[in-house]
Design a protein around this ligand. Structure first.
Ligand SMILES: [Zn+2]
Ligand SMILES: [Zn+2]
Length: 370
């Protein structure tokens, strides 16, 4: 029992005296299954472990959410392999969470029991710093991120502050809605910041979970624009999906497209496509990098070829609540059709391996409950 108590102390980051309330026999709520990251390792080592933990208890202003689906994001690879290490271990990863409100903490009133809600990467922000006051809570120094600083959705239950939960449009099933919460929301932010306008050519480097949603938004919002898609040469599945979703041209990273790109979004985990996008960019165009970390460096740039003529590079960091609040209803209205591949909670390691290999068509989603 002592060992279990120590384990919980590390998991929950709580003082010993608070743990009595969490021990299963004393906790009316019982236990839950979770896939937990206990140590930094390569994804190939299948380092997430299935454990039983006490069902969490919602604090003041929080919701207890029974998780039905959780998307698998590339960011989990960066967390597992230590490029974006969780602030403590063990940690439950996962930040594309769809579920139903099971109970409300004291003072919580925005949702009621049984409501379907989503939880995204932004878990909490201070609301007081110079970034938060400008609506840039994605840059808040004290912000907490779901599955990194607060337990996420690779589990049967999760808690979240009611201010950081979103209603999910009826249009989507639980599994379809999950990838909208990160791949969709951050892709929407990247598209907004790319400077895309109707009539322009948008270049997408990489065609995974996020890009396959962005192309659908771009095709809807900019009917006279074009979308050019660049993938790894062997990614035939990704190219087929891009074709199905209306890409105007498809090639491999390194190819020169028939027209220059008015703007571009790089979704890849490596450095080379940034230089490639800059090379193919129109004068005054912007490349947006939608990645939390790069596994390889951006190669040396040649000023004349890659940057002159007022070309710009901008990175995307995190998301704001506004991004989610704007994107979710719009996704239902378009409507976005997310392509998903389902896995069981226990198969999270296998799903992550396939994400790393770039072998998932669309988005991978853990289906945790009906
Ligand atoms: Zn994500
Ligand atoms: Zn702040």
């Amino acid at each position: 029992m002592r060992e279990y108590r120590d384990y919980l102390a590390r998991t929950a980051g709580m003082a010993q005296r608070q743990l009595h309330a969490l021990l299963p026999e004393e906790n009316e709520g019982g236990t839950m299954k979770a896939m937990v990251l206990e140590r930094i390792a390569s994804v190939e080592e299948k380092s997430l472990r299935l454990v039983n933990l006490p069902k969490p208890v919602p604090g003041r202003g929080q919701l207890l959410v029974k998780v039905s689906a959780c998307g698998v994001c590339h960011t989990e690879l960066d967390e597992i392999e230590g490029r974006v290490a969780p602030s403590r271990l063990p940690m439950i990863l996962g930040h594309e969470i769809v579920g139903r409100v099971e109970s409300l903490g004291s003072g919580a009133s925005r949702f009621k029991k049984g409501d379907r809600v989503g939880i995204a990467w932004i878990n909490w922000a201070c609301g007081k710093c110079r970034f938060c006051l400008k609506g840039e809570e994605n840059l808040c120094d004290s912000a907490k991120w779901t599955g990194k600083d607060a337990h996420g959705g690779y589990a049967q239950y999760a808690v979240v502050s009611e201010d950081f939960a979103y209603p999910i449009p009826e249009k989507f099933t639980d599994v379809e809605a999950a990838p909208l919460l990160c791949a969709g929301v951050i892709g929407y932010r990247a598209l907004r910041l790319s400077g895309m306008e109707d009539g322009k050519v948008l270049g997408l480097y990489g065609f995974g979970a996020s890009a396959h949603i962005v192309i659908q938004v771009a095709k809807h919002k900019y009917p006279d624009g074009k979308v050019f898609v660049f993938t790894r040469p062997q990614q035939k599945e990704h190219q087929d999906l891009a074709r199905k979703l209306g890409a105007d041209w498809i090639g491999a990273t390194g190819d020169t497209p028939p027209e220059r790109l008015g703007c571009a979004i790089d979704f890849t985990p490596v450095g080379e496509p940034v230089r490639e996008a800059l090379r193919n960019l129109e004068k005054g165009g912007r490349v947006v990098i939608n990645a939390i970390r790069k596994a390889t460096p951006i190669p040396e740039l040649n000023y004349t070829e890659h940057l002159w003529y007022e070309k710009e590079v901008k990175s995307i960091a995190n998301v704001t609540r506004r991004d989610a609040q704007e994107f979710l209803p719009m996704a239902a209205e378009i409507p976005i059709v997310p392509e998903t591949q389902e896995f069981k909670l226990e198969e999270a390691n296998e799903a992550l391996f396939l994400v790393k290999e770039g072998k998932i068509r669309g988005a991978g989603v853990l289906k945790i409950a009906e």
